[in-house]
Design a protein around this ligand. Sequence first.
Ligand SMILES: [Zn+2]
Length: 229
Amino acid sequence: MLKLLPILLALLYGIAMYRFSVWRTKRDLDEKSTELADPSLRRMLERMAKALDVERIRVHIYEISPINGLAAPDGRIFITRGFYERYRAGDVSAEELASVIAHEIGHVAHGHARRRMIDFSGQNALRTALAMVLGRFIPGVGAMIATFLTSLLAARLSRKDEYEADAYASALMMKSGLGTDAQKSLFRKLEKLSGNAGGGTPAWMLSHPKSEERIAAIEANERRWQVEG
Ligand SMILES: [Zn+2]
């Protein structure tokens, strides 16, 4: 029992830390967001709502500058001010931004945001426990190895989520009559944006798999669905 105590404490610590960060993020989202009101985008959201047979799709603008879209554990969907400004400037089309929203709806529909909450506390605990164990054998680098191993696991899990959300977005865009072109062109665009000097890689890309692989997966789905349909 005494041997298990450090692991139990690590687990509790992981859960507490994650709870705290969820709470802080939620508070931040509440304080710094407004509902998306752009007429062109609203029209597209109406088409998607109709395809999903729901009354309406609510999207919020989160007042931060990095280009990102996110699905909160409570199911709310956010587009950052930075992303919205790209759309306002004409760099990103309404259909392309709609495809990001469709992708985030996919995360919500698959329950990724909620599950990630559990995953993250688990990963935190796993990292802390691993660091403690490894630290005994290889002092100094044990914690680094633990972090590396845990993030490898997290990356695998999130890759799977991203492909699921992409597939959901393709299906939704097709059913709404918006097609998948915007979804694919956005990936190419964001990749270019990240190549610009000083532009920095958009956060939405960093947390996601490679563009060409995602485009290939979307095209494979389209082919499969066309055969089945
Ligand atoms: Zn995603």
